[in-house]
Design a protein around this ligand. Structure first.
Ligand SMILES: NC(=O)c1ccc[n+]([C@@H]2O[C@H](COP(=O)([O-])OP(=O)(O)OC[C@H]3O[C@@H](n4cnc5c(N)ncnc54)[C@H](O)[C@@H]3O)[C@@H](O)[C@H]2O)c1
Ligand SMILES: [Fe+2]
Length: 384
């Protein structure tokens, strides 16, 4: 057996209503003055009210920074850090989707460190430790609560990642009740993002390992089995809990068996056309998977009955193709856009997108089949 390493968040609390336990959890980490990092949508819906009450009961002084926006730019991270400094924060709570959790991770590190944001991009560049950090996801998507990754938008459209073990939180709290009101388009897009995490982890080229494989399969079972219910009956608590758990398991899988060409080709779409992360992935996913067939058919065929329990097909190739067709149909059924044209992308944009995708070598190297510029062009053309 090939050697491997595995890292994840060391303490996970998963229970509907668990965000009402955040006071004792934060106190247990030694925090007395907490910076809450979230976005305006969360505050408007008062999703953090039970958390605030619990923190107050525990005698913790809270300050809320609600300025996070989707695909957070550097200025948002720096503003969160400044707010934390003014509050003399000794702990950070990230509360929201991937954008809020990523901003919180960076704030927790930068509030303690002498390093600047621009010095920590890339792999393993963070030195020293961070403030106590708890993350509470409110989308069932990124799995950021169990990844050592934070993604920041730099300049107009480019995204950079900070990847350091310091960004894994002390505690991840899964409270599915927080996701009951997640609107259908966000449920659909973030759910497909999580499915992509599991599939790309399972087919990743260099770091595929038995733990990530096991997690990816269970993640897919939960996600594929519940995404329709979560989209069409948002109040279904069981379906919501399954999606939140599935997204976290997928996050654990791809942290240790990294994602590949779907994400690499999705990034320029998000960057240039401000398409949400999950939807960018969804738009290219079936087309990248079809491109991958010559290298990945057997692995897709292994996943096919997990994604669609009644799937047919006599050969690996037939089962793999049936799964890809099924996923394309699922994406349409849950109401997501299926063509790049629907988000304002035309034939003329393809060379720019393909050039930018080629720069995402960090992810492209993980793809089961090598992707060149001409391949990327063909994939985008197929998705138009
Ligand atoms: N750190 C990682 O490992 C990792 C992995 C993948 C993606 N990402 C990053 O995560 C970000 C995307 O995160 P996301 O897809 O979770 O979306 P998001 O955090 O940008 O949130 C999307 C929208 O959903 C709303 N929302 C969130 N929870 C809600 C709820 N329970 N009810 C109602 N509305 C709610 C928010 O207010 C926001 O308007 C991107 O920046 C992406 O690059 C990070
Ligand atoms: Fe993703």
């Amino acid at each position: 057996m090939k050697g491997f390493t595995f890292q994840t968040t060391r303490h996970i609390v998963s229970e509907p209503g668990a965000s009402a336990q955040l006071g004792p959890l934060m106190k247990g980490l030694g925090a007395t003055r907490v910076l809450i990092v979230t976005d305006a949508g969360i505050v408007k819906h008062r999703l953090h009210a039970p958390a605030l009450a619990s923190l107050a009961d525990a005698g913790i002084a809270c300050e809320t920074y609600a300025g996070v926006v989707a695909d957070p730019p550097e200025a948002v991270v720096l503003a969160a850090v400044e707010r934390g400094r003014q509050h003399r924060a000794d702990g950070v709570l990230g509360f929201g989707g991937g954008s809020s959790m990523d901003t919180a991770k960076l704030a927790a590190f930068l509030l303690k460190s002498e390093q600047k944001l621009t010095e920590i991009y890339g792999l393993g560049a963070c030195k020293g430790w961070r403030l106590p950090l708890v993350l509470v996801p409110t989308t069932a998507g990124t799995g950021s609560e169990v990844t050592p990754v934070a993604i920041v938008t730099t300049g107009a459209s480019e995204k950079m990642g900070v990847v350091s073990p310091q960004l894994l939180p002390d505690v991840a709290v899964l409270d599915a009740d927080l996701t009951l009101g997640l609107p259908r388009p966000v449920t659909a897009a973030t759910g497909i993002d999580a499915m992509v995490h599991a599939i790309e982890a399972f087919t990743t080229k260099h770091k595929k390992n038995p733990m990530s494989d096991t997690l990816a399969k269970e993640a897919l079972r939960l996600l594929a089995g519940n995404i329709r219910k979560a989209c069409f009956d948002g109040a279904d608590r069981e379906a919501r809990a399954a999606m939140l758990l599935g997204a976290m398991l997928a996050g654990m899988a791809f942290t240790n068996a990294p994602v590949a060409a779907v994400h690499a080709l999705a990034y320029p779409i998000g960057g240039h056309f401000h398409v949400p992360h999950g939807l960018s992935n969804s738009l290219v996913m079936p087309h990248v998977m079809r491109f991958n067939l010559p290298a990945a058919a057997a692995m897709y065929a292994e996943l096919a009955p997990i994604v669609f329990p009644t799937i047919g097909g006599a050969t690996d190739a037939a089962r793999a193709e049936a799964m890809i067709d099924g996923i394309a149909a699922l994406i349409a059924e849950i109401g997501l856009e299926t063509r790049l044209g629907q988000v304002g992308i035309s034939h003329n944009h393809v060379p720019m997108l393909a050039e930018d995708a080629m720069k995402v070598t960090r992810l492209l190297v993980n793809n089961p089949r090598e992707v060149g510029y001409a391949d990327a062009v063909r994939i985008y053309e197929a998705a138009l």
